[in-house]
Design a protein around this ligand. Sequence first.
Ligand SMILES: NC(=O)c1ccc[n+]([C@@H]2O[C@H](COP(=O)([O-])OP(=O)(O)OC[C@H]3O[C@@H](n4cnc5c(N)ncnc54)[C@H](OP(=O)(O)O)[C@@H]3O)[C@@H](O)[C@H]2O)c1
Length: 297
Amino acid sequence: MQTLNTFYTLITGASEGIGKALAEVCAKDHRNLILVALPNVSLENTVTELKQQFPQIKVEPIGLDLTNQDAAQQVYQTCQENNWQINTLIHNAGFGSAGEFEKYSMSFYEKMIQLHCTFTVALTYYFLPDLKKLQQGAQIVHVSSAAAFTDTPYKLVYSTTKKFILHFARVLQEELRKTKIKVSIVCPPGVATSAAVLERTEDAGWIAQRLILTPQQTAQSILKGIHRKQLLILPGFVGKLFYVLSLITTRGFQRRVLGSIFRGKKKREEERQLRLKEKERKAQAKLMAKNNEIHHS
Ligand SMILES: NC(=O)c1ccc[n+]([C@@H]2O[C@H](COP(=O)([O-])OP(=O)(O)OC[C@H]3O[C@@H](n4cnc5c(N)ncnc54)[C@H](OP(=O)(O)O)[C@@H]3O)[C@@H](O)[C@H]2O)c1
């Protein structure tokens, strides 16, 4: 079937994980695609696979490090030069972290802030005037995280940047209320996208392991939310549960519970051993005090 759709859906971080699964469901939805990711074999493979599987749609790659200072401008210019008209902009590229704040280098955090915050703002900034002109309407989708709703220890900078995205998108929607642009914010819980995520989930313990979604489940939920033009897209039952819990619990409770989960198995075990030693030391001291008492009486 030949698609009559001349517009494109642009997805950042589309070579792996949620972005790749999203590209697949969008292709099934007969959307032409622009896939943006680091210029490597993973992007090339995704583009080749999709072109073979869905010959009726157009699939174009933009290989670029989105943490480069002028990345957003470069993405916009590439689309302009090729006359690719975008009506759906999906900000998905991102990466996570787990562990104590000092575990990562400052340059790691600078890249995270650049990609999650600066690039997100800049890409929206460059595309917005064109999106506003579309008579048929347009959509901007921001992939944030369930970690944006809560105080999340051991994901400190990550959750802070995801809160930035949540706030930016929510307020942007209000500014665009009178236009034909709809903004959506996706807040997934844990999604089994890579070995690193699986390792972090395994370390977080059995609760996290049971609550993890697949990239395909997540992508299906996102597409459904895009069709419904939902402001807040909460993938899976777990995503919704996490949101409700974030509303009905106090920040202090969240910090304690999530802190305990994300501190990781190894740290929790170390702390348990320390508590046991302390208990033993106190019991010994008590026993000695009692023996001394008997001895002196
Ligand atoms: N997985 C989860 O548990 C989870 C939960 C909540 C929210 N999220 C959010 O969902 C989004 C996708 O996460 P994911 O787990 O699917 O990630 P992923 O599997 O690691 O894939 C990340 C994608 O972003 C691209 N990317 C990363 N850094 C880039 C850069 N500097 N320039 C260009 N492209 C870059 C990667 O390209 P390469 O393949 O070339 O590296 C890849 O296509 C992120 O925003 C993440 O924060 C994830």
